[in-house]
Design a protein around this ligand. Structure first.
Ligand code: NCD
Length: 317
């Protein structure tokens, strides 16, 4: 086994072999999840705490289901209602939870770097469920698994990531992962939504959908992340849809068998036409959700194995 990490904080530190190890194990969990009995006991006796400091529907549900199917005791902390509102710092909250001896902490936080900081203060495995605009590693892994299953490979593909790149941790983690596996990545969006210094990532940048989508294998759409915008980044949603929204006319420039992806939540009629999102011949959006549960099961299984081994060796306090 090539995955030896203590935490899953981002895609950046992962080697291609580690990525493949997670994806290969995820395949087994896809089969388990499709069966009649969806239970395994690999996390039996372990405690998983989900701390979401930001709203989430699918990611939180998916981590909860993943933990339960693997037999962990799963607790969801409602951070809106917790002491954070009373001014307790992130670190104090983490130390309080740490005293309850969790084994796996799943954390989403609005600030980039907050999850890394927390991981330094606790003695259990930490999984980043999205930190600010930094990373969202399990999303990139589930996207990779979806692509690999649909295309039969995960290298030398032309992949377009479209829309609000600047505010997107999904884009960042995907650029890192797909780049490590030697794919060609194109970023398409208005210049105001492109991060500074993006050329260093070895990507091609377009501000025209028809040019950018020419002959791509994968079209990944992103939500306009208004909650992270502090000014006017686009003239209007109508204008944005006209230029950057994925509709049949623009999709026709991609390869005939190109797949359409979206991490959700989707804004129909803003970044994507509803009919394309629902077209089962093109859209793999529902598969992404399915793969999300399997990938999170695999990630927690691997981290728990490492945790047990490292605790036996006395590596952890
Ligand atoms: C994404 C996120 O929270 O970063 N959603 C998700 O995890 N499925 C993308 C988004 O919020 O637009």
């Amino acid at each position: 086994m090539t995955f030896r990490a203590k935490h899953l904080l981002g895609i950046e530190p992962l080697a291609p072999d580690e990525i493949r190890t997670i994806l290969d194990l995820s395949e087994q969990y896809v089969d388990l999840n499709r069966g009649a009995l969806k239970h395994s006991d690999v996390l039996s006796g372990l405690t998983q705490i989900n701390m979401f400091f930001e709203n989430s529907t699918r990611t939180q549900a998916s981590f909860e289901l993943a933990g339960k199917r693997l037999g962990a005791d799963v607790m969801n902390m409602s951070m809106q209602a917790s002491s954070i509102k009373k001014g307790e710092t992130l670190i104090d909250t983490a130390l309080t939870l740490n005293a309850m001896h969790p084994d796996l902490l799943v954390v989403r936080h609005p600030h980039s770097g907050a999850v890394d900081l927390l991981a330094q203060k606790v003695n259990c495995a930490v999984l980043n469920a999205g930190d600010g605009r930094h990373e969202h590693p399990t999303q990139a892994l589930l996207d990779a698994l979806t692509i690999r299953r649909a295309k039969g490979r995960l290298h030398r593909l032309n992949i377009a990531i479209c829309g609000d790149i600047a505010h997107s941790r999904v884009a960042r983690s995907n650029i890192l992962l797909l780049g490590k596996l030697e794919n060609r990545i194109r970023l398409i969006g208005p210049p105001t939504l492109m991060p500074a210094g993006i050329a260093e990532f070895g990507v091609e940048v377009y501000d025209d959908m028809k040019q950018g989508l020419q002959d791509v294998d994968v079209v990944m759409m992103l939500r306009l992340q208004r909650e992270r915008m502090d000014g006017g980044f686009i003239p209007s949603e109508r204008e944005y849809y006209h230029r950057f929204g994925l509709d049949a006319e623009k999709l026709a420039y991609a390869k005939e068998d190109a797949i359409v992806m979206h991490p959700g939540p989707m804004n129909r009629g803003v970044e994507i036409d509803g009919e394309i999102a629902d077209d089962i011949n093109r859209s793999v959006i529902q598969e992404q959700v399915e793969m999300g549960v399997a990938v999170r099961m695999a990630a927690m299984d691997l981290l728990a194995r490492n945790l047990r081994a490292q605790k036996a060796e006395g590596v952890w306090a």
